[in-house]
Design a binder for this molecule. Structure first.
Ligand SMILES: O=C(O)CCC(=O)C(=O)O
Length: 292
């Protein structure tokens, strides 16, 4: 069986406590990422909207311009901060997400930026499924009032380790993209995400373990810490599930770093004991084969 994960990897999910001050948030993110790197993490993840409050009212105020790439420091302080932090940490860094303003179309996106240990941009993901829900009496949210959806699935290639599927928060509810990333050889599916105190207890862990068991890959979900002074209360509970859907580590709602050691053996073992990879009937469902 092919090695999906070329060598063991320590993953770190930084459940960051952020406030309204972007510069302070970036400085704080740096210290937590360096802490994770010092603990041996080779891949470090920040949450969705890690340097701003989460919410439609906040997206335009905090949006940065990323195109044409590379942006100037004035256009995107977060791009430059993340690049420098990745290089200083000497680790892969997933800059959870930031609100992005596309300068030509004037559209806003919820965009993740990924940097290599040398500080080079190696991938971006614009959230493809926007968080538009209405649970009467509980929570109504319409990202699409402000944001536009991205139109591409994202699979990162980390040369030393292997492939990682990347998507953002509500994207996790759509198993098709996860399945395609797994079929293309991803060992890990990563979701920076800010669930809330209604859907979080109901679905957060369930969805993480479901994507893991569907695909027999590792899954990492990285939330902001909960801020009761903010208008949106993130669920927290950043977690890592293994390819057998065991929880390797999970936070509560406070700021912390969740670590997990990932290896190829675990993927191989689960795939040989429950061999759904060789039992699939793509003749019955060719459109989810990942071959298209
Ligand atoms: O799917 C959910 O319940 C929450 C999603 C969310 O908070 C988001 O996409 O930002």
């Amino acid at each position: 069986m092919a090695a999906f994960l070329k060598k063991p990897l320590k993953l770190a999910l930084v459940q960051l406590a952020s406030g309204v001050d972007k510069t302070a948030n970036l400085t704080h993110a740096r210290s937590k990422v360096l802490e994770a790197a010092k603990a041996g993490a080779g891949l470090i993840v920040l949450p969705e909207c890690f340097n701003s409050p989460y919410g439609t009212a906040h997206f335009p105020k905090y949006a940065e311009t990323l195109l044409p790439s590379p942006p100037t420091k004035e256009q995107s302080p977060s791009f430059h901060a993340l690049s420098a932090i990745a290089a200083e940490a000497n680790a892969y860094l997933v800059g959870g997400s930031i609100p992005e303003l596309e300068p030509t179309t004037k559209k806003y996106y919820n965009t993740s930026l990924v940097f290599s240990p040398s500080g080079a941009l190696i991938g971006t993901h614009r959230k493809t499924h926007l968080f538009d829900i209405d649970i009467p009496g509980k929570i109504a949210f319409r990202e699409s009032d402000v944001l536009s959806p991205g139109n591409q699935l994202t699979i990162l290639d980390l040369p030393e380790y292997g492939k990682v599927g990347l998507a953002i928060c509500y994207d996790i509810r759509f198993p098709e993209a996860a399945m395609i990333a797994a079929r293309k050889g991803a060992f890990l599916l990563l979701y920076p995400g800010a669930f809330n105190t209604t859907t979080g207890p109901l679905h957060w862990e369930l969805l993480g373990r479901a994507r893991a068991v569907d695909n027999q890959t590792y899954v990492g979900m990285c939330s902001p810490a909960r801020d009761m002074d903010a208008d949106y209360h993130a669920y927290g509970h950043s977690l890592v599930a293994d390819p057998g859907a065991h929880i390797l580590g999970m936070a509560d709602e406070k700021e912390t770093i969740v670590y997990a050691d990932l290896d190829n053996e675990t993927i191989k073992n689960i795939r040989s004991s429950i061999p759904i990879y060789t039992q699939r009937r793509f003749d019955l469902y060719p459109d989810v084969s990942g071959e298209n």
